[in-house]
Design a protein around this ligand. Sequence first.
Ligand SMILES: [Zn+2]
Length: 173
Amino acid sequence: MKRLIQLLKKDFKSFSRKNESERAVLESFFFSAYRGAFVIRMAGLQKRSFCLGALFIQRGLLPNDLSAQTMVKHEYGHYIDLKKLGLIKYLIYVGRESVKSGGLSKGEYYNKLRGEASADFNVGIVRSASSHAAQKRGNEYINRIAQASYRQLLKEYFSRRRKQKNSDKAQPK
Ligand SMILES: [Zn+2]
């Protein structure tokens, strides 16, 4: 308990809303901030970090770990898109895709999922030689969703569903 209070005090002391160091984020235990976004550290049980208004970053990562630093940047990339999209569109077009992504390799996850690729694009993460094109496509997609009205998006959703149903019918079982 005493240790937790010490850690809490430490987080308060080093807290800086405009902090730009990924390492400082990873050194925090309860909370910190990154480029104006609030960061909450989560118990290490959950394997994945995520962005939902604040950046939720799992605990137990080493401050020097480059892949952990990249993850902080990546979550901030989501934060930029979240601000652009608003929460509802973000949950539908970025969150849903990510939750349903079981079975993808890491490379596929960050290239094929447009919300993931766009997050990387926002912060300039290079994952492979071919990742930039996918990131650009992802970012263009997110920008289009951000600008589209809900009415337009609903229309697209129902027309996609209709097409899907028709093609299901056309296929002999
Ligand atoms: Zn992500």
